[in-house]
Design a protein around this ligand. Structure first.
Ligand code: PLP
Ligand code: COI
Length: 362
């Protein structure tokens, strides 16, 4: 297969960031602000397919003002992390799952499908060339593969050219100060996605549409927004950038089902199988906001947490809404949340046996 053997041309950065400057930048990177020296780019042209794969110095891209992506937002992305393991190696967590989801996103947005092997190769090449940017401790290298229409044309149809890019960002905790428990704002007016829409894929447009609700959450002192379904405005779906789990007094867990309107998170899928392998019951079923409120009040609901690549596992302590605020448990993290987090992070960082063969060493 010619596509699987796509040759990558290497253009090392002539002036990479100096070691002492990099060390200072890696001390407290925050999230999504500190970028590495290189990027990967691959082009796609109708009639020719994927070509011109390069590992090159990270720099600004030049776009024609008529570029279709600037008008109709034909853009998709992924997010995954590279970890520095105890033995000094580098690992990725289920990167082929990101490759598959990227393919699903491409199909939904009428874009060309990147072969899984090319996706993985692009990631590995970038991680290798910028390996010195992987922070130590609890930090990681957040990888952001994305693809966008790259044709100067104002008609509304799929573009005839695309650019696939991977950039990397050294990151620490997603939530400022690595808070113990986050607070979420219930979006009663805005929904994230509807049946038949793009909610189950990772396109920039989903996030553009969620920003006003996230801003409302911030104004109300909350870390994240939680969305309800668009039909009944009742069933909990997910957060702006994370899936959600509920933990009950009998030790069982509930997470909203993959109804087509939420993102099928890789962290979500991994936690379902980790929890089940520990003998816990996990139900993928609808959970209403009225029930959430009632179960929190009665104490039947013991814990709730958000999960995703950026957020890892973040306990949810408080829910705020125009209909009144409520707290889960004592408003801090709980034992099931902490145990699942320790297990997941342990596997990702090579400190716990990887029985499912989820970790891919670079
Ligand atoms: N839901 C949304 C809307 C997201 O943006 C993300 C992050 O990628 C997730 C869920 C969690 O997905 P994953 O666990 O694959 O990172
Ligand atoms: C991720 O977890 O990778 C996301 O895309 C979520 C976003 C909040 C950074």
């Amino acid at each position: 297969n010619a596509e699987q053997d796509l040759p990558f041309l290497h253009h090392p950065h002539p002036e990479p960031v100096a070691v002492d400057v990099r060390t200072a930048m890696l001390k407290n990177p925050g999230f999504g602000r500190v970028f590495t020296d290189h990027m990967v780019t691959i082009r796609w042209t109708e009639g020719r397919g994927w070509h011109d794969a390069q590992v090159r110095p990270r720099e600004a891209l030049t776009l024609d003002p008529a570029n279709a992506v600037l008008h109709y937002a034909q853009e998709i992305f992924e997010g995954l992390k590279a970890y520095r393991t105890k033995d000094g190696g580098i690992s990725l967590f289920r990167p082929e799952q990101n490759a598959f989801r990227f393919q699903a996103s491409a199909e939904r947005l009428a874009m060309p499908v990147l072969p899984v092997s090319t996706f993985l190769q692009a990631i590995e090449q970038l991680v290798k060339v910028d390996a010195d940017w992987i922070p130590g401790g609890e930090g990681s290298l957040y990888l952001r593969p994305f693809m966008f229409a790259n044709e100067a044309f104002l008609g509304v149809r799929p573009s005839s050219e695309y650019l696939f890019v991977v950039i990397a960002s050294a990151v620490g905790a997603y939530f400022k100060g690595g808070k113990k428990a986050i607070s979420v704002w219930l979006s009663e007016h805005y929904t994230r996605s509807a049946a038949g829409g793009t909610g189950a894929v990772k396109c920039g447009g989903n996030y553009a549409a969620s920003l006003i609700a996230q801003a409302e959450a911030s104004r109300n002192g909350c870390d994240q927004v939680v969305f309800l379904d668009s039909k009944d405005h009742r069933w909990v779906e997910e957060l702006g950038g994370m899936n959600i789990f509920f933990v009950f007094e009998d030790g069982s867990l509930v997470t909203p089902p993959l109804s087509g309107t939420i993102l099928p998170g890789i962290t979500r899928a991994s936690l379902i199988s980790l929890a089940r392998s520990e003998g816990r019951e996990v139900r993928e079923e609808r959970y209403g906001i009225d029930q959430w409120r009632a179960d929190a009040a009665s104490g039947k609901l013991r814990e709730a947490f958000a999960c995703g690549t950026a957020a890892v596992i973040s306990p949810i302590g408080e829910i705020k809404s125009t209909g009144g605020d409520f707290t889960i448990g004592d408003g801090s993290s709980g034992p099931v949340t902490e145990a699942l987090k320790a297990k997941l992070v342990g596997i990702q960082r090579g400190e716990i046996a990887d029985e499912n063969i989820w970790v891919r060493k670079i």
